[in-house]
Design a protein around this ligand. Sequence first.
Ligand code: EPU
Length: 308
Amino acid sequence: MSGLANGTSSLASELREARINFRLDEPLSRYTTMGLGGPADLLARPTTVADMGKVLGLAREADLPVRVIGAGSNLLIDDAGVRGVVMATAALEEIDFPGDGIVEAGAGVNFPALVRQTAARGLRGLEPGVGIPGSLGGILTMNAGAYQFSIGPLVREVEAVSSERADTRSVLLHGREIDFRYRASSFGANLIVARARLSLTPDDPVAIKRDMNEHMRFRKETQPVGVKSAGCIFKNPAGDSAGRLIDGARLKGFSVGGARVSEVHANFIVHEGRARTKDVLALIEAVREKVLKETSILLETEVMAWSP
Ligand code: EPU
């Protein structure tokens, strides 16, 4: 285990004792939609909210930083990987329907799968978000959206764990206590989504499914689907679209190494199978520079970048 951060092996023993699943020196390319990223010293895979709290508490005692990974759909991880702990939420995958239009789901639930399940149950509300790649925890943290869809108004309650408090028990936040902003929310490194209750509207499953399919069809026309990407790379500047600006700078198809600006939507970068994260980062900088030169607008990234 040489090369791993100090404290990693003692944390590994504690996790073993607590029966929390983990892996050492785990390649993170397996956990990102870009299919890129070097290894984490330790990747922990808690299956319950209580175990999420335990991972945070034990990592804190070992003085190791913790980062959280859901579906890895908005993430660029350095080729050298990251030191310390990465906590994967994927095993928090339970979905319950307690009645009254409520769906309760774990942070690791795949969002498009949640949309399909709620639609099949005759619960309306999530269908415009069907094509948004990500875990439920990631969607809430990033306040991801598409077209008229925004998750904030549907949130009844969120159970979260805090990496800051010594008490590792979860806290319950009411929807109205949560701040949802453009591609940001109250959640993040210090307050981590563990489970959420969404309030949906009962309706005819056939009608919901029809609308869901229509949203998916439109998305496939306007965005690259089924390729390795991290969604939109840049935030939209006020009153404009980053995709329109990048397209206007004639950058569609422009590439560095195996990373290319999508021909379908210019705010997406596609990994063509032989890229490294460094190619994507270099392409981002080249795009930013060209758009700045042509429009005087400095684009800000929306994707999160992890460096060692
Ligand atoms: N456009 C171009 N060329 C392009 C892309 C877009 O000319 O390559 C034009 C379009 O024709 C349209 C305008 O730019 O007139 C806006 O494009 P679009 O409707 O595709 O929306 P967007 O502003 O580029 C935003 C979100 C997307 C979300 C879509 C649909 C951001 C950064 N992007 O894109 O979210 O799916 O609206 O609601 O907020 C994401 O956050 O990862 C993401 C993809």
